[in-house]
Design a protein around this ligand. Structure first.
Ligand SMILES: [Zn+2]
Length: 152
């Protein structure tokens, strides 16, 4: 598992020698920020605004937008099983607080908000259970809606 993970990060971020360290668990004091990889600037701005308005207690550490083939590859590397009934558009690797987004299925900002709330739900509950994540996600979606309304 560790080897697979190390290889993955090397491939993912080509040549950034700080990789191994950035993927190690990071103390809570520095977790108020996160890094977004592979997004367009519009996607990143939308994502950061949405997450800010959702006020999640547990933030991801990094979010990757990846092409579909890479998404499938990452899911395999992380030994993730996507349950039937939930289309696989994003997934969260809880131990590293990393979210993967299938960029080839990206359908705009509303799509992003809906599904990122679900992934934040996994982080909030620290659970891989879909129903637990969805319960938390509903709260995030409400907060987002309120936040958007206030900022209009
Ligand atoms: Zn899920």
């Amino acid at each position: 598992m560790f080897l697979a993970f190390a290889e993955f990060t090397k491939a993912q971020m080509n040549g950034d020698s700080s990789n191994a360290e950035t993927l190690a668990p990071i103390s809570e004091a520095v977790t108020r920020s996160y890094t977004v990889f592979g997004a367009t600037s519009l996607q990143e701005t939308a994502l950061r605004t949405q997450i800010r308005l959702m006020h999640p207690e547990i933030l991801p550490l990094r979010i990757f937008f990846v092409p579909h083939w890479k998404y499938l590859d990452d899911a395999r590397i992380f030994h993730l099983h996507v349950p039937t009934g939930y289309s696989s558009l994003m997934f969260t690797h809880l131990p590293s607080r990393t979210i993967f987004i299938d960029d080839d299925r990206y359908l705009g900002e509303n799509w992003l908000a809906y599904w990122i709330a679900h992934e934040l739900g996994h982080l909030a509950t620290n659970s891989v259970k879909e129903d637990a994540a969805e319960r938390a996600a509903r709260e995030f979606r409400h907060l987002l809606k309120d936040g958007m309304r206030r900022s209009q």
